[in-house]
Ligand binder design. Sequence first.
Ligand code: SF4
Length: 278
Amino acid sequence: MREIVVAKTAGFCFGVKRAVDLAREAAECSENVYCVGSIVHNKYVNRELEEKGIRFVKSLEEVPDGADVIIRAHGVTQEEIKECEKKHLRLVDTTCPNVKKIHRIVEEYSKKGYRIVIVGDKNHPEVIGISGWSVSPCEIVYQEEELSEEQTFEKICIVSQTTMNLEKNQKIIDKIMKNAKDYIVFDTVCRATEERQNELRKLAQESDYAIIIGDPASANSNRLYEISKEYCNSQFIENIDELCLNFLGTSCKILVMAGASTPASLINDVVLHLKQDE
Ligand code: SF4
């Protein structure tokens, strides 16, 4: 008999839910709503919003003057906000409040003369957005190995990408602090991320197998998969079509977890399938 456990924290976090709700509302009120890039890292969410009339474009230049523009949950740079104002765009700002808080810290401390150090992935839109609120260039670190023992830091302010793996984040911060003369650290890893990762650690230890549902472009979903693999055999899938259970025995405990941008419908599809397969 297979036991199926669905993690309580699987699926939309409050920031993603807020962003999607604001975008849906905007689509209901106007036929002229644009979004530059993905609103969240999940193509099913973006597709649903497209069907409601939101136009997804690659750059701000493609948005006509005076239109409504959605600022994605990951946030954007200060430069992009100014660009929107120049074009007289009406902002539908879905930036997660947790990310907004980092923007404010980075702006304030860079103005006070601190060099900003961001622990995160330099190619991720959230990190690109955060760095764009500093008045001077930022240092971005993603791996402990990127820091040499000889590298020293003067006056720095450390913030982290909201979806950083907590252990990895702490190790990097510890290493930076060892070689820093004057530093201030802000704990900016999102608590929704922390709760999800903690629940996953606990449940994965008790499971034979874990299924992580998320978009391959979703940083937090990929982190969940990284963590899950440490405790039990795991599979990362985008949707039900990728689910492969042939090799699983009939008697095992299966954990279902999903990233913060994974809609409930995708989770339900998988759970339903697993139950039918019991
Ligand atoms: S994971 Fe946290 S920071 Fe990111 S959107 Fe969700 S609530 Fe906001």
